[in-house]
Ligand binder design. Sequence first.
Ligand code: VG1
Ligand code: CO
Length: 544
Amino acid sequence: MQIETITTHPYNDQNPGTSGLRKKVKVFQQPGYLENFVQSIFDSLHGFTGKTLVLGGDGRYFNRPAIQIIIKMAAANGFGKLIIGQGGLLSTPAASHIIRKNNAFGGLILSASHNPGGPDEDFGIKYNVGNGGPAPEKYTNAFYQRSLTIDSYKTAQLEDIDLDRIGTQQIEGLNITIVDPVTDYAELMQSIFDFNLLKQSISSGYITLLFDAMHAITGPYAKRILIDILGAIPDSVINAEPLEDFGGHHPDPNLAHAQELAERMFSPAAPVFGAASDGDGDRNMITGSNIFVTPSDSLAIMAANAHLIPAYAQGLRGVARSMPTSQAVDRVAACYNIPCYETPTGWKFFGNLLDAGKITLCGEESFGTGSDHVREKDGLWAVLFWLNLIARKRQSVADIVHEHWQKFGRDIYCRHDYEAVEMDIANGIVEHLRSQLPALPGQTFGEYTVKYADEFSYEDSVDGSVSSNQGIRIGFENGSRIIFRLSGTGTVGATLRIYLERFEADASKHDQDAQVALAELIGLAEQFCEVKKRTGRTEPDVVT
Ligand code: VG1
Ligand code: CO
């Protein structure tokens, strides 16, 4: 195999965010841009000669050319085996599973997740380590540092690989195996859930369902698992064909973007259960007939009922949630007397806790839930979890949620996103918030007295690493919270996220609309951060 060393010049913006490096496709198409970042990753890793690298993506525009480039670079850098999803496709959780199952050295996942795709939209790349999870910060920092000084990359002179033909080919010292993207993942799901019960519940008509794959990666997974294996009718999966531009939409599973699903779930003819997943298949939105389950509640409900699922019948070792996720799961952990960890936003912070056996379930308010079965959040897993719960409990989604609130109280929750805010204005907002923190504790605003006001810093209880500046928190005496942070996944300007939460113990008040129940906190958030005043906007771009 002939290996070439190509001279390159560094780019100064290859700093991975919450989940890998995400930029406009046009940025990735600059000469050497993708190559520099991939070589920076390889240069920062040690001991992979002859080992296995897993490769796949969410199928968005630029997925295939990027995979061909990476194959040649991985070969030139000395990997011995590449496992690639057919067509270059692998959902993020499936990639995590394949890394683990094959004891791979690591994997490269090509995705910008819920961000839109197409020639003028977003692309992304993320490295996952041998446990199947996203590279922790000490890795991503090293990748970035390397990218600032890189002056060459290595590539092998190879023909393009046929990504569509399943099977193995040996090219000198390199083994390339193209695998069906769904098979291993489907087997894993069958080992976790009660598929017989699910089949009965679906074939008897007790469970009717609708899954929106949003023209993203989960189409083939949902068709195989929900329709072929579990016997749901073919119309149960909509937008099932993965498209390079996701049909022009945001593959972001929320009520705003999964519009058709939302309309059908809030109609008189709604099925029992409805769900959607995102671009790369790691997020989930859970709905039932005429009810939307907030991701924070979903995590808490899953934790409270996990013993009903075969794989978790022995109970949970512990749970974890990202800091802005509501405290609903904390109440479940306290009731079951298991530990509950609070981590910064991003799945990379759960990996150590899962590996150390400290937690079994974890989740984020951003439509992400997962367990120790892989090291990523997992959209279809969450869907199957809920289906299994409905089948076991013989209750509707609405009844499961209301019963949960009755027992634990309701953490009324919402998030407001202001997208594409000018960088200077966003930084000004953060500075303004920071400057108020020292004086806030003890101050009273209406029924809210500030208990603490700080910036979240996390010390990993396994390896002792510290991550600071992980969001501004204002906590009140009554347990309510307002949290502000800037997104680390956007590609245009800055996105300000405001997370609002208030606990309601009184069951007669559980059916309130969140925006109404949180109105006072929403007003306070504006008073603190002045986003409307400083941007001239009148409302958030997205409310979830
Ligand atoms: C967002 C979410 C975060 C999630 C991340 C990756 O990050 O808030 O919870 O882990 O996306 O999810 P940020 O920095 O934009 O708030 V995925 O499904 O886009 O890989
Ligand atoms: Co995602």
